[in-house]
Design a protein around this ligand. Structure first.
Ligand code: FE2
Length: 271
């Protein structure tokens, strides 16, 4: 982002907000109430949450215009870098009695020309059955349900995890106060978070939802897009169970990622 573009955007933001204040005849008390809410989000550690709920999906939609690859999704406030690197067969770190149905997430990573990408890194994170994220919410083992793994020579990947639930974002902090005033629901539909990286390609941040899941149409972050919704398939075939070493039905979800070569991605983003 150049200095010129930063200045242009800041000046436009200033003028837009000044017009907004004149339109609504914002009083000094109301202005101070607004700044108090912004300050309280920082004190509550919700500064990212508040903005992500209202604006992140719009930023990803704008970023997706003209892409030849898979569309990006919101990152949300709970991503952390440096998750554990996993060894094959890939299983997201979890407690020995992790609650939730077993889920195998698999797919393929290719370039925009269809070539499979070996050695692409998938950096995955998700909520547990209580809707909680490790290293964010207290009481969970470090890095629970977070991990990094790679595609095989043919671009395919598979990781074992659990089916995540829908969850409510925090209701008792300043973000909750704002959503409550607006009469919004606090739920996010069940989803998996994943970043996909390859040295010669642009990074991709994705978030996958499950067809038929609750709250797809009332996501508090308004972030569900058709291209991000995958089929959750229940598997109870005795042969499949035996080959997986499982005794209860499990689920599979498949999603293929298309990455854009770095040079083409740079050109698109600066166009
Ligand atoms: Fe999430």
């Amino acid at each position: 982002m150049t200095v010129e573009r930063t200045r242009l955007i800041l000046e436009d933001l200033e003028q837009t907000l000044l017009q907004f204040m004149r339109k609504h005849k914002i009083t000094h008390d109301e202005y101070r109430r607004a700044t108090d809410i912004l300050i309280s989000t920082v004190k509550a550690g919700e500064e990212s949450l508040l903005y992500d709920v209202f604006f992140e999906a719009e930023a990803t939609d704008i970023g997706n215009i003209g892409t030849q690859g898979s569309i990006e999704a919101i990152e949300g406030p709970f991503y952390l870098p440096d998750a554990p690197r996993l060894e094959r067969p890939y299983v997201l770190p979890q407690r020995s009695e992790e609650v939730g149905d077993v889920l195998f997430f698999r797919g393929r990573v290719t370039s925009t020309d269809g070539r499979p990408l070996a050695g692409a890194e998938l950096d995955m994170w998700q909520a547990d059955a209580e809707g909680l994220y490790s290293n964010i919410h207290p009481g969970l083992p470090a890095w629970n349900l977070r991990g990094r793994f790679h595609t095989a020579a043919d671009g395919t990947f598979e990781v074992r995890t659990i089916v995540p639930p829908p969850y409510e974002i925090p209701k008792n902090g300043p973000t909750g106060v704002v959503l409550d005033i607006l009469g919004r629901l606090f739920f996010r539909p069940a989803h998996l978070h994943v970043k996909v990286r390859h040295p010669q390609y642009g990074d991709l941040t994705s978030q996958l939802y499950f067809d038929g899941g609750e709250y797809l149409n009332s996501d508090v972050a308004s972030a569900v897009r058709d291209d991000l919704v995958a089929q959750l398939i229940r598997c109870d075939n005795p042969k499949d169970l035996a080959s997986r070493g499982l005794h209860k039905p499990y689920f599979e979800v498949r999603y293929d990622f298309v990455l854009v070569p770095q040079q083409a991605e740079n050109l698109r983003r600066t166009a």
